[in-house]
Design a protein around this ligand. Structure first.
Ligand code: BDP
Length: 647
């Protein structure tokens, strides 16, 4: 069936664990150029009965406008909310994007220039052609993929090159997130061929090309990947690095670490080595230090025996992350997560990358005094992590393992794919100092027998890829959780007085105490309240509080906070509100135009809860951060924090 059976398209993908190539974020340098292909693309959804007309009629061979009607579609953006058309909003199947582009002559003339086509992310399964030639396929919606396209483009130099990308948003039992397609065969109720996409997650299955598409160049011998691991001893920072080079057997690699003031603080030679930084500026979280998010620039220069030169500058933050029985330590100091869960979600563009939204969201986080967020329920754009690095906002980086509720999704095919997704995620995000923990899944059906071995293997594989702590987000009922024995930190979601005992605010305290005590007694690991909250329709009020009003949301939070304040003296190391902002979901009887548990509306206006959290987070920052412990030198900053609190 074409809706779901992507893999029979061309080659059957054999997933081999441990990806061979790097996935460095494209950055310009004296040896690398970038050409962005964002803007209007030509677009058509394949509404044929089997959704397969595009392949049967080879739409990729000719301009899309020659094979049928087309519309304009912005990239990056979800396609769903752009046309004024419910059928397009809810479309399941293949959509086709196309764009013609002139590739600079000098890129083509210099045969030793590698030309790479990169898609930041497209949801869910993508097939890419250049001038009608298949160049790559990729499964998975939130991670980048790329293909070397120089040879194909050079064959037709002199004409603009035509890039065609077909994207299929169908989710199956083996995709991440999983889903099922259900055909409705009762013709007294449904038209012939009628089907629906079932999902078990609570956000709209937005689809399309969600992040930037670009062409970039490297020389033939190039820096393929860089891995850094940092630590410190007294005041000396230590950066262990390794550089993967392609196209040269005996490369000369020189590495320099440059501070913010432009001064070189350490150098080393070779593809692996150690950089030692005297009087290091550590990377500190926001509100934990007066100079958070300090980044060095690690400048890597390659000279190949052929004479090819390549250079790449990687931002590097020097910091450590450790977990004890009851603490989460950053740079050996206890760190308390006072932050949010987010979504990539906004009006019109859906999950499409959007700088104004991203900058606004970071401004709101700073305003609230939030020091962290979790990328619920999938990896966010790399640009977002770059900003988090610079601001010192701490990130729990989650893979799209959300809604794994069907026992058939614990089979070896799903596990293999899940392992690959974790590899792709770690490969992409391993060098971000803001990322302090990996999350392999959210609330899977962990009570099912195959879940134990599944998560044991998934978590141990993730640990073999990177030294950061690993977690798994569970719901509050520990007896059903088979992932907990393998994680470093217990992350628990609960919705007392909402999904359980709706309307009964008075039970929150006792239930939350029991939740924390039970988990801690069983595992002796630090605990993060990774979700809690209640829906509030903005502008709806009632006193005494009634569900769905701003007062009810606020009171739920207050009841949780009282318990957090006791337990954070013991083993609770964080609280992440569900959710930063309202977001779109599938339609259903429990959702009034989306999920309304946001502190902000979808348009980023604060509800009552946002002011409550703001006061709380700044107060916690004053207690747990180093703000209060500063000497007179820092009193200006303290005053400024205090003023914000009282203003
Ligand atoms: C949690 C899920 C989250 C939902 C939330 C809710 O992890 O994705 O949006 O419930 O129902 O269990 O609001």
């Amino acid at each position: 069936m074409w809706l779901v059976n992507f893999t029979c398209l061309t080659v059957v993908w054999t997933w081999c664990h441990c990806l061979h190539a790097g996935m460095l974020f494209p950055r310009e340098s004296p040896t690398r150029e970038i050409k962005e292909l964002n803007g209007l693309w030509t677009f058509r959804a394949d509404f044929s009965q089997n959704r397969n007309a595009g392949f049967e009629k080879a739409w990729f061979k000719r301009p899309l406008s020659e094979t049928g009607p087309v519309i304009d579609m912005p990239v990056p953006s979800s396609f769903n909310d752009v046309p004024q058309d419910a059928q397009m909003r809810d479309f399941i199947g293949w959509v086709w994007y196309e764009r013609e582009v002139w590739v600079p002559m000098r890129w083509l003339q210099d045969q030793s220039t590698r030309i790479v086509l990169r898609v930041g992310s497209a949801h869910y399964y993508s097939v890419v052609w250049v001038n009608g030639v298949l160049v790559t396929e990729h499964e998975g919606g939130h991670l980048p993929f790329e293909a070397e396209v120089g040879a194909v483009i050079r064959k037709d130099a002199g004409i603009p090159c035509r890039i065609t990308i077909a994207v299929n948003n169908t989710l199956s039992l083996n995709t991440l997130p999983p889903g099922t397609i259900q055909y409705m065969t009762d013709h007294s109720k449904y038209p012939p061929g009628y089907f629906v996409q079932n999902i078990n997650f609570d956000f709209f299955n937005y689809a399309g090309i969600h992040r930037s598409v670009l062409l970039y160049t490297t020389p033939e011998a190039y820096i393929d990947d860089i891995t850094v691991q940092t630590t410190f001893l007294d005041s000396t920072g230590i950066v262990n690095y390794s550089v993967a080079v392609v196209g040269s057997d005996r490369p000369t690699v020189k590495v320099a670490l440059v501070g913010k003031d432009g001064r070189c603080v350490a150098t080393a030679n070779g593809t692996t080595g150690i950089l030692k930084v005297a009087e290091v500026n550590l990377w500190w979280p926001y509100l934990m230090h007066d100079n958070p998010g300090y980044l060095y620039s690690m400048e890597v220069r390659l000279t190949a025996e052929s004479g090819d030169k390549d250079s790449y500058a990687l931002p590097v933050g020097v910091r450590t992350v450790n977990v004890t029985e009851s603490k989460f330590l950053i740079n050996s100091k206890p760190f308390y997560f006072h932050g949010v869960n987010k979504h990539e979600d906004s009006d019109i563009r859906g999950k499409g990358f959007d700088w104004p939204l991203i900058v606004k969201d970071f401004n709101l986080l700073k305003w609230m005094g939030a020091n962290s967020f979790r990328t619920s329920h999938y990896p966010y754009a790399e640009e977002i992590l770059d900003v988090a690095d610079r601001l010192g906002i701490v990130v729990i980086d989650e893979c799209p393992g959300v809604g794994i509720k069907d026992i058939r999704s614990f089979d070896p095919i799903s596990l293999d794919h899940h392992l690959v997704v974790m590899e792709e995620l770690v490969r992409r995000d391993k060098n971000h100092p803001s990322v302090v923990m990996w999350s392999v899944a959210n609330e899977p059906a962990a009570e099912m027998p195959p879940a134990g071995p599944y998560f044991k293997q998934l978590i141990s594989h993730t640990k073999s890829l990177d030294s950061r702590p690993v977690t798994f987000i569970t719901d509050s009922n520990y007896s059903r959780d088979q992932g907990a024995p393998y994680v470093d930190v217990i992350c628990v979601n609960s919705y007392f007085s909402w999904y359980h005992d709706p309307g009964h605010l008075e039970v929150i305290s006792i239930q939350l105490h029991s939740q924390f005590d039970d988990w801690y007694r069983k595992y002796q690991k630090p605990i993060i309240q990774s979700e809690y909250g209640a829906d509030a329709v903005p502008g709806l009020h009632s006193d005494p509080p009634t569900m769905f009003t701003e007062e009810y949301q606020k009171t739920v939070l207050q009841n949780y906070h009282k318990v957090f304040d006791q337990k954070r003296k013991e083993f609770v190391v964080g609280e992440l509100i569900w959710n930063f902002a309202d977001f779109m979901t599938a339609q259903g009887i429990t959702r009034v135009v989306g999920n309304k548990k946001g502190m902000f509306t979808r348009q980023r206006q604060p509800k009552t809860g946002a002011f409550l959290l703001r006061e709380r987070y700044w107060r916690i920052a004053n207690e747990t951060g180093v703000l209060l412990h500063f000497t007179c030198k820092h009193s200006a900053l303290f005053l400024c924090v205090y003023n914000r609190l009282v203003s």
